[in-house]
Write a protein that binds this ligand. Structure first.
Ligand code: ME8
Length: 650
């Protein structure tokens, strides 16, 4: 099955915020889910670069429009690359093939008799690139979408015969009740169309930064209306009007959009497609807005939260999980660090992380980390059946675009696991000499967690791969088929001891008004949190770690060769630390409030040397310093006497 998924193409008038990340995370999740099911997925994202708004933003920034568009487009693309977004194509509306495809479509609509030349006079909002009828304006002047003042614009214009499609559109909504998701948004669109559609002005003469009309029109006064240009990206990306090589992916399975641009996608776009004699997309999914203190977050308002900073502070996958789980698709949600922290501590650390730790702890104690499903069905058919019922119910939530429900249901698997441990108390069975039963329970829980990890993979690809790796398998369409669809149990394996996946978070990691600064605090805080996570995960008999677990952390003596302040950060110091390797490590430490760079040079520190490298304020950090902090401040942990750089601690 072909499965074509798109995000909106983002305006290049400013960098991405978490609203954009949200759409992209959902689209990425759908794409990954489709691939897991073995579908032939094509996932498109990109940037929308024409129009007066971009021209003006470039001017404000003292740049040529193209140079400005290139820069901002690259920030989107780099962000998605840093985030591991699995797009198949990144389209820019300034790409030649796109502009040619748009001209081709325009000519085709004209041939069809759907485009004519006339005069347009109306209230125009520059920020939204839209004309509004007087009846929709607030106080007769202000834009109903963004609240800015509109201006009267009169210009010669080509029009698209939108009114002609009023009836076919209504018929289409009627016969395709799932065209617009969530269904609750459908009536809004139907009412809008029922109120009557005016023909749409699809060219502009007031600016030049846009796609030119096809040469055959011999009319260079006009450029195309940015929404006509932008919507067509969904087919030009597949080669429409050029080589058409990927047009087999059309119609799209899902266009994901924010509710503010639903009208464009659910009315104009289908009408354009009807004019082009192309089939309509299967679904338009309209999500709500992320607000900040109750206000819509937007580039033009300047109240945005940067996705990069959130991800650096809290971790990318936690961020993905939070956004998808916290807000029912279609509704607005306020970005609250409190709610985020609760999700991390309760859902991720307690429910999921805890279960993995318990499996590692118990199997380590009872069977030298060997896990075998041989007796699972003998003692635990009930739990396995329950788990399979949940797994079977999940697909529907993706089809109906309810990622929050998908996760909510999926989480019931962890309850099954945790409950089975409480009920069957393997430690009691061990004392009663019923080792088979104890091991069957451990294996049951491992199987349930493995199934959950596969189902969670589209949302948290890396974390779930770590879990699968600990269980000796790889998550892909084959294991999905075996473990989720065919209900296979795991083959015998030796579980790997992974450190806790979700350190608890005690307090907000970003300052409300200046996320940048607080992000740096993560590093120093992470260690005590991990310890607490360990304590939290205790069940009877599981509160001690094996010596091997301790030695999984490579602690080494380091000598600070160099230390400098990180520009724009009040907390970070950038260090070069010799840990006995050929090349010194670059480590960023959030200790600027307690140490000056000068007093650190030539001193010794204790370094966690096998932490996954992380980026803080765009700089790579290849380790962490041990420190202790109480109400009197923070102090670094150092060797009592000098030791050679690289000396192991333990
Ligand atoms: O609209 N919360 O681009 P855009 C959630 N170029 N989503 C938000 C949001 C928020 N606070 N703010 C914006 C455009 N969005 C056009 C699209 S598609 C052919 C052309 C969402 O960069 C918004 O709803 O202004 C939209 O879906 C997307 O971000 C892009 O917004």
């Amino acid at each position: 099955m072909k499965n074509y998924i798109t995000t909106p193409i983002y305006y290049v008038n400013g960098e991405a915020h978490i609203g954009h990340a949200y759409t992209t995370f959902i689209a990425d999740t759908l794409a990954r889910y489709g691939r897991l099911k073995g579908e032939d997925v094509f996932f498109l994202t990109g940037t929308d670069e024409h129009g007066q708004k971009i021209e003006e933003s470039a001017k404000k920034n003292g740049k040529s429009t193209k140079e400005f568009a290139d820069e901002i487009s690259a920030t989107f693309r780099n962000l998605w690359d840093d985030f591991g977004i699995s797009y198949d194509k990144f389209i820019r509306t300034t790409d030649d093939y796109h502009m040619q495809g748009v001209q081709h479509a325009f000519a085709k609509m004209y041939e069809k008799g759907d485009i004519y030349k006339g005069d347009y006079e109306g209230h125009y909002c520059v920020s939204c690139e839209t004309f509004f009828p007087e009846t929709q304006l607030i106080d007769g002047e202000f834009c109903p979408d963004c609240g800015r003042a509109t201006s009267i614009v009169k210009e010669e214009s080509y029009f698209f015969n939108l009114s002609k499609y009023e009836k076919p559109l209504l018929e289409y909504y009627e016969s395709h009740p799932d065209f617009i998701l969530p269904r609750s948004k459908r009536n809004e669109v139907i009412n809008f169309v029922k109120n009557g559609l005016h023909d749409l002005s699809v060219t502009r003469t007031s600016f030049t930064w846009g796609v030119a009309l096809p040469e055959s029109f011999n009319d260079d006064k006009h450029v195309m209306y940015v929404w006509l240009d932008a919507l067509l990206n969904y087919i030009t990306a597949l080669g429409y009007g050029k080589d058409e090589k990927d047009m087999g992916y059309w119609p799209a399975q899902m266009h994901l959009v924010g509710k503010d641009i639903l009208r464009f996608h659910a009315i104009y776009w289908p009408a354009f497609l009807m004019s082009l004699d192309l089939p309509l997309p299967k679904h338009i999914g309209a999500h709500g807005w992320w607000t900040r203190d109750g206000e819509k977050m937007s580039k033009s308002k300047g109240n945005v939260v940067s996705p990069k900073e959130v991800s650096e502070a809290y971790g990318l996958e936690n961020f993905r999980y939070f956004m998808l789980r916290e807000v029912p698709f279609g509704q607005d949600g306020d970005f609250s660090q409190r709610a985020f922290i609760d999700r991390i501590n309760s859902d991720l650390s307690n429910d999921l992380g805890n279960l993995l730790n318990r499996i590692i702890g118990m199997s380590g104690k009872y069977s030298e980390f060997h896990i075998d499903s041989v007796d699972v069905l003998k003692y635990h058919t009930k739990e396995i059946n329950e788990a399979n019922i949940i797994l079977d119910s999940l697909d529907e939530y993706i089809t109906n675009l309810q990622p929050h429900r998908y996760l909510e249901e999926l989480w019931k698997l962890f309850s099954i696991g945790n409950k089975a441990i409480e009920e069957h108390a393997p430690w009691v069975k061990m004392k009663e000499d019923k080792k088979d039963e104890a091991l069957a329970t451990v294996a049951l829980v491992a199987n349930v967690l493995a199934k959950a990890a596969v189902a969670l993979h589209p949302v948290m690809p890396n974390t779930t791969s770590t879990v699968a790796d600990a269980f000796g398998f790889v998550i892909d369409s084959e294991s999905y088929k075996a473990i989720v669809l065919e209900k296979a149990l795991l083959k015998p394996f030796v579980i790997k001891q992974v450190p806790p996946l979700f350190p608890r978070v005690e307090e907000p990691l970003m300052q409300d008004n200046n996320a940048k600064e607080e992000a740096s605090a993560v590093e120093v805080k992470a260690e005590p949190k991990k310890m607490e996570a360990k304590k939290e995960t205790t069940v009877e008999g599981d509160n001690l770690i094996e010596i091997g677990q301790f030695f999984e952390t490579a602690l080494k003596i380091g000598t600070v060769l160099d230390a400098t302040e990180v520009p724009k950060s009040k907390k970070l110091i950038q260090l070069r630390v010799d840990v006995g390797e050929e090349v010194p490590r670059q480590i960023l430490a959030g200790i600027r409030e307690f140490y000056s760079p000068e007093e650190l040079i030539n001193t010794q520190v204790c370094v966690v040397a096998n932490l996954k490298p992380a980026k803080l304020m765009g700089l790579l950090s290849e380790g962490m310093l041990l420190a202790a902090k109480d109400e009197d401040g923070l102090c670094l942990i150092r060797p009592e006497k000098p030791r050679k750089a690289g000396t192991p601690i333990g």
